[in-house]
Design a protein around this ligand. Structure first.
Ligand SMILES: Cc1cc2nc3c(=O)[nH]c(=O)nc-3n(C[C@H](O)[C@H](O)[C@H](O)COP(=O)(O)O)c2cc1C
Length: 307
């Protein structure tokens, strides 16, 4: 890349990252399928697929359906459970030279607490991300992320259980994310990530059946970008917390938009299904964008929206 070098490092609450580019939970597995294609060390952090206390098979198929400008998924938190994740999945990722953030989900507060305690014993983890916004499970998931009191109690319990930095991943399936963001921060979360997928549905009119076996699923991809930008901006304007912005990021300019709205870091999700090297490419494009704007440091974009 020609032109003056851009400082791509960012501070994200207690974390110092070499780049704002991250990969979003559930779209990068535990990294193993991506290892041949992606230089993990060029990313700011890798966020794992959602991990639960016990193994989960997830929902029956079909579980993914492509939509106009996006995808609907109802995976249902399929994962091998925390013990196998710790034994088999985390060691290669922790050796890859990139901060590792483990995304956790539970059906009850006690499960989040047990996961946090167990993962606190794993050396080298950068942070935990609490998924309180999964739209595709019958118990737990989104119900923790819709009521500020319930969310605050959950975050406080997890905060007491771990010294690791806590990220709370907020749901877009609420009318106003600000009270939830405030509750999470007050209860001890250092970082917020938003947004998770938007609850949606697709129907096959000839068969008169839903296209997903689960009937409803979570919408992701470019279709949700305007909603995600609006929510990042709303939360930033009200509270100025450290934010990981995501929702439909496909290009460096998309990433710049999220940072202008208030994100300190950004995550690429569905785009990795289209091209496994998306996160690296978006990072390069973001750097080129900063150069074209004469910006010496990418961190200067955060919250710099003029309105
Ligand atoms: C197939 C799939 C699986 C996902 N699994 C998780 C998950 O386990 N935990 C979580 O917090 N978010 C999960 N998400 C949400 C993404 O991390 C991200 O918030 C969302 O897809 C928006 O970003 P995108 O439009 O760039 O994909 C998943 C998304 C997809 C598409």
């Amino acid at each position: 890349m020609s032109g003056a070098p851009v400082d791509m490092s960012v501070r994200l609450g207690p974390l110092s990252l070499r780049s704002p580019m991250m990969v979003a939970s559930g779209t990068f597995g535990f990294g193993e399928e991506y290892a041949p294609y992606v230089d993990f060390a060029r990313l700011g952090a890798v966020v794992t697929k959602g991990v639960t206390l016990r193994p989960r098979e997830g929902n029956p198929g079909p579980r993914i359906h492509e939509t106009a400008a996006g995808a609907l998924n109802a995976i249902g938190l399929q994962n091998p459970g925390v013990e196998r994740v710790i034994e088999e999945k985390l060691p290669p990722l922790l050796a890859a030279g990139v901060p590792v953030i483990v995304n956790i989900a539970g059906e009850a507060p006690e499960e989040y607490v047990a996961l946090a305690e167990r993962l606190s014993g794993v050396a080298g983890l950068a942070a935990l991300e609490l998924n309180v916004s999964c739209p595709n499970v019958t118990r737990g998931g989104m119900e923790f992320g819709r009521d500020p009191q319930v969310l605050g109690d959950l975050v406080r319990a997890v905060r007491d259980a771990t010294p690791l930095p806590l990220i709370v991943k907020l749901s877009p399936n609420v009318s106003d994310p600000v009270p939830l963001a405030a509750a999470a921060l007050e209860a001890g979360a250092e970082i917020l990530s938003l947004i998770n997928t938007l609850l949606g549905m697709a129907i096959d009119p000839r068969r008169r059946r839903p296209k997903l076996a689960n009937c409803t699923g979570g919408l992701s991809g470019p279709a949700i970008k305007p909603v995600a930008l609006r929510m990042v901006w709303q939360v930033w304007r009200a509270l100025q917390p450290p934010i990981i912005g995501m929702g439909g990021i496909m290009t460096g300019e998309d990433a710049a938009e999220f940072m202008l709205a208030g994100a300190a870091a950004v995550a690429v999700g569905t785009a990795s299904f289209v091209d496994p090297t998306s996160a690296e490419r978006v990072g390069d494009e973001l750097e080129a964008f900063c150069q074209s704007q004469g910006l010496p440091a990418v961190a200067g974009l955060t919250g710099a929206l003029e309105y």
